[in-house]
Design a protein around this ligand. Structure first.
Ligand SMILES: [Zn+2]
Length: 482
């Protein structure tokens, strides 16, 4: 990052954004910046207080010409519409004016840096397009490895994305263990954001270079199930789940997206990749659990298991207006995070009977809604037990084992207590992703405290093993690509 400014607020913000990952150069002589730096992809911040009025246009044009691949950020001393139009006409990528709100400015700078870093890696030479890529695959049941694969091609409605961030999910482990049957050399992963590498001729809303989030679930929107309002079930039960199921997933340097216009969303410039990647699955699924639970404002909710989906269900329940949220979990770090996301009570099922405790907390009324976020027969039954007559049991757990999931007959009101069981698979789609991104943009939620570990793509095997065995207090491991 190059900063032309003598304002300590700006240079300190730049320093914060750069951290230890990038290099910062500061100069108070804007003309020197324009003259000296003929740089590749960089982020250049120009403070207009170091520009004199008569050569302002000249300097800016020079910077734009010499560093066409750089992102240019312009900070006006005070705002005027005319000034903003002038800056944008010259090719400024981001215009803002003083006074600067530091936290917001740092996050803008960070997202520009990450965007640039992603683009810089998009091809090693401007002349030669890379042909192959590394992918992290399930070679067969219980075995994973790196494999060289060709970069996918985009059909007319498709896109190919260059991956910048991905999250490992517990369901990736389920898959390797055989929950959906055997697979051969299937690329794993379904939670990723990236930069558009290629689009098909029919794609209208996206172009190469766009920073996008892709839903973990990528339905066929023309399918009757989608048209009936169940896109996650397009084609077949769970048919919207394609990544690392019926096609290669996202743990690769590039990945393919069907129905690109419908399945991707542009990431706003103030939202970082590290945040946006939580939209793919964790926020979408956890919030769906709360939406399906039909929580009345001021209602009571119990969430069984506080992994990342359970944590987002807690946050979702709060956003939906629950007055009392009870989390059932034994791991202290998860309990702690649940409190942060709004849990009012934590029930430790390892030391107390969770049904008894939830009934005590609710004065023996039971909860309006219970969310099952584990995928175990026992917690599913407990969810039915604690739900009051007329209430909703919202299942998001992935029941990956056994032949049956049982319903406790008596607590189910022998089939007549008007308890509704709802199930769902992570919703995908541009509208859904766009709404989730708006929550991030407006800072209604911060999912990043769930990122307990970070690994480069080259280290993904180790990350996978730690996640698989739930070692080291792991909640979500973030994989970074370059
Ligand atoms: Zn997932």
């Amino acid at each position: 990052m190059i900063v032309a400014s003598s304002d300590p607020l700006l240079t300190n913000s730049a320093q914060q954004a750069v951290g230890e990952r990038w290099v910062l150069k500061v100069s108070s002589d804007a003309a020197q910046v324009a003259a000296l730096y003929r740089v590749g992809p960089a982020v250049i911040v120009m403070d207009d207080s170091v520009l004199s009025e008569h050569d302002r246009s000249d300097v800016l044009r020079k910077v734009r010409m010499r560093s066409p691949q750089s992102s240019l950020i312009y900070v006006a001393a005070e705002h005027s519409d005319e000034y903003e139009r002038w800056a944008r006409a010259i090719g400024v990528n981001y215009y803002t004016s003083k006074p600067i709100e530091t936290a917001r400015f740092v996050s803008v700078l960070t997202s520009f840096l990450e965007h640039r870093a992603g683009e810089r890696g998009s091809s090693t030479s401007p002349l030669a397009e890379p042909e192959g890529m590394k992918a992290f695959v399930m070679t067969e049941l219980n075995h994973v490895a790196f494999l060289d694969k060709p970069i996918p091609e985009a059909g007319p409605n498709d896109a190919v994305i260059k991956t910048t961030r991905a999250l490992i999910c517990t369901s990736d482990s389920h898959t390797v263990r055989g929950a959906i049957g055997p697979r051969s050399n299937l690329t794993l992963g379904h939670e990723a954001v990236g930069i558009v590498h290629k689009v098909g001729a029919e794609v209208k809303l996206f172009k190469p270079g766009d920073r996008v989030v892709v839903g973990a679930i990528t339905p066929d929107w023309g399918d009757p199930a989608s048209q009936a309002g169940h896109p996650s079930q397009s084609g077949a039960a769970l048919g919207g789940w394609k990544f690392a199921n019926t096609k290669d997933g996202v743990f690769a340097q590039y990945f393919h997206v069907n129905d690109a216009d419908a399945n991707m969303a542009l990431i706003p410039e103030t939202v970082s990749d590290d945040h946006a990647v939580y939209c793919c699955d964790m926020m979408s699924t956890g919030f769906m659990a709360a939406e399906n639970a039909d929580i009345p404002i001021g209602g009571t909710v119990a969430v069984f298991a506080l992994g990342p989906v359970g944590l987002m269900a807690v946050a979702g329940a709060k956003l939906r207006g629950a007055a009392v949220v009870i989390g059932v979990e034994s791991v202290p770090a998860r309990q702690e995070l649940a409190r942060r996301y709004g849990a009012d009570f934590i029930v430790d099922h390892s030391s107390t009977d969770p049904v008894k405790r939830v009934m005590e907390i609710t004065d023996h009324n039971g909860v309006d809604a219970a969310i099952e976020a584990l995928g175990a027969n026992e917690t599913f039954q407990d969810a039915i037990r604690v739900t009051k007559p007329g209430g909703v049991i919202s299942n998001v757990g992935y029941h990956g084992h056994g032949g049956f999931v049982n319903i406790p007959r008596v607590e189910w009101g022998v089939g007549m207590a008007e308890k509704t069981i709802r199930t769902g698979l992570c919703p995908g789609g541009r509208l859904r992703m766009r709404r989730l991104l708006q929550l991030l943009e407006r800072k209604r939620i911060d999912p990043t405290p769930m990122t307990t570990h970070r690994f480069s793509f080259g280290e993904i095997e180790r990350a996978f093993s730690i996640m698989d065995h739930k070692l080291d207090g792991i909640i979500k491991p973030l994989i970074t690509f370059n």
